[in-house]
Design a protein around this ligand. Structure first.
Ligand SMILES: [Zn+2]
Ligand SMILES: [Zn+2]
Length: 262
């Protein structure tokens, strides 16, 4: 199982997951050119994608989708209400715009989407199962509902939103309605939220943790890392033995190989 977060944040999201021979892309929020380049760099190749999965219709998750679908014959799955909410939907090749069911098999990977609380039509996160391992991806969520907790539990790899530092957001330059939206139940998870979510999972296995969708205005990689690590260590978890933390970026790929071969 390989995870490559090609880009993460409000300027664009795209994550490639590779399970044996099967590679899937979650979200196409950066240009098709950048997706191709990113996949080339990690040795996967865009033409080898088995599917693209879209979490929700916000621009930072679909920006490159139209060009990607035009250039490459890859099938794309998302919820029917999300398809309806995509403004350029009518310009996409119909046969490859597929409805996302509650469970589907892509190659040798089982995929289970789960609902998340966010201000979009029908937003989802994803759990992936392959060869006895589980990976869960949850970004763009206002708070951690029971389905999200359930999806995160037992994961070997977690890609979890750590959007903002609450103090930076409160004292920052965003207008109040936007601050309120981010902090709402349908907004984004803070660093502290991410830390406590991970602690409450009470994992009894090593977890690779990717902190994702960091705000450029209201967060910093070092603050996100320190905050989440602090909460985990306070709760008795040890770095390396219990967890490995990766911080993701809007403009560079962050990769792990959960089998520890890379
Ligand atoms: Zn987003
Ligand atoms: Zn969003």
């Amino acid at each position: 199982m390989e995870i490559h977060v090609l880009a993460s944040g409000s300027t664009g999201n795209a994550t490639c997951l590779k399970f044996g021979e099967t590679a899937v892309l979650v979200d196409a929020g950066i240009s098709a050119r950048r997706i191709k380049k990113g996949l080339d760099e990690v040795g996967i190749g865009v033409e080898n994608l088995s599917a693209v999965l879209i979490t929700h219709e916000h621009t930072d998750h679909i920006n490159g989708l139209k060009t990607l679908m035009k250039r490459y014959q890859v099938p794309v799955y998302t919820r029917p209400d999300t398809w309806d909410a995509i403004s350029f939907r009518s310009l996409l090749p119909e046969v490859r715009c597929l409805p996302l069911a509650d469970s589907l098999d892509i190659g040798n990977v089982k995929v289970e989407p789960f609902s998340i609380s966010h201000d979009a039509a029908d937003p989802v996160g994803f759990s992936f199962y392959h060869a006895g391992r589980k990976c869960c991806l949850a970004t763009d969520l206002g708070f951690v509902t029971d389905p999200v907790k359930k999806a995160l539990t037992g994961s070997d790899t977690v890609v979890l939103e750590a959007n903002h530092d609450v103090d930076m957001l409160k004292t920052g330059s965003y207008p109040w309605p936007l601050k309120r939206r981010i902090m709402s139940n349908k907004g984004h998870l803070s660093n502290v939220d991410a830390g406590w979510t991970l602690v409450r999972l009470a994992q009894n296995r090593h977890t690779d943790i990717f902190l994702a969708h960091l705000s450029r205005e209201n967060n910093r990689p070092d603050i996100a890392q320190t905050t989440v690590t602090g909460i985990l260590e306070e709760a008795g978890y040890t770095q390396t033995a219990d967890f490995t933390l990766y911080v993701t970026y809007p403009d560079r790929t962050v990769s792990s190989d959960a089998d520890g071969q890379k």
